[in-house]
Write a protein that binds this ligand. Structure first.
Ligand code: 48H
Length: 256
């Protein structure tokens, strides 16, 4: 029995990882923006792999504001909550509150249930770049990476890669800092996010969701970081809408 439990897990997990060596899309980071994109593209039938460095996917949405586990959603993003069957309460004319545990677990569930493969406790530590295009990611176990153990990685190929790593914009950072590539808009380095301005930050997260280098897309808080836009605090409309926008951009790119 014990042997069967172990071999069942090993075989199922190995099949999952083998399939992930050639995905349509690899998403670095399982925060709200990345999870929305994963759910939507997986639902359309694309092969989506998510690499998340923490044990629990969900990113910065679990904690609400200063651990008060409620988040705020503006009216523009209410249709997304309805599509994902997430409950909400009206707080002001324009703003709604949502239990952050319900919202985060729903996003994880939909991504996984729609067919996206999530690898948690795994980190994207580098990119595969060939012929001036991002063609996949280099991964390692997060604890191995954090402890600085000298262990060589595995590589996963993909037609597109999405930086959904939030505040640190880790993947675009690797592209610019390590390879000195210029981004599509001509910038040679990322700007990192600016101080709090909820309205501007919410708008910027969607506006700067883009393909920033051939094969490399950015969404959510990472889009604010790359473009030097404001942070917005515990309001998550921009994250959800950015996930929706990048879904359309990537789907169009995959059909090119
Ligand atoms: C694998 C990685 C790596 C890596 C990081 O921060 P997130 O929740 O991302 P978004 O952009 O979907 O949402 C941002 C939101 O949560 C937030 O922080 C807001 C709205 N802040 C406003 C403010 O003013 O502070 O999730 C990113 C995820 C996390 O789970 C990381 O662990 C993960 O990416 N991650 N995973 N490889 N190299 N780097």
């Amino acid at each position: 029995m014990e042997k069967d439990i172990s071999t069942s897990i090993l075989s199922a997990w190995t099949q999952k990882l083998q399939a992930a060596t050639a995905s349509d899309l690899i998403i670095a980071g399982a925060g709200p923006s990345g999870l929305i994109c994963a759910s939507e593209l997986a639902r359309l039938g694309y092969a989506v792999t998510i690499i998340e460095k923490n044990l629990a996917p969900g990113g910065g949405m679990w904690g609400g504001a200063m651990l008060f586990n409620e988040i705020v959603i503006p009216s523009a993003a209410i249709p997304i909550l309805e599509a994902y069957k997430i409950s909400y309460k009206q707080a002001t004319k324009e703003l709604y509150t949502v239990d952050s545990c319900e919202a985060t677990s729903a996003l994880i569930y939909h991504a996984s249930h729609n067919g996206a493969k999530i690898f948690n406790a795994v980190v994207v530590e580098d990119l595969i770049i060939t012929e001036n295009k991002v063609n996949g990611v280099v991964i390692n176990w997060a604890p191995v990476h954090e402890r600085g153990m000298q262990v060589d990685p595995l590589c996963l190929e993909a037609k597109a890669v999405l930086d959904a790593t939030g505040h640190p914009c880790e993947v675009v950072s690797i592209l610019t800092a390590k390879n000195h590539f210029r981004l599509t808009d001509g910038k040679s380095s990322i700007e990192y996010e600016r101080s709090m301005n909820a309205k501007m930050g919410e708008k910027a997260a969607v506006e700067h969701t883009a393909e920033v280098f051939p094969g490399l897309f950015v969404c959510g808080m990472a889009a604010c970081g790359v473009s030097g836009s404001n942070r917005m605090g515990p309001i998550f409309g921009g994250m959800l809408l950015s996930g929706m926008k990048v879904t359309k951009l990537i789907a169009a790119a995959l059909e090119r």
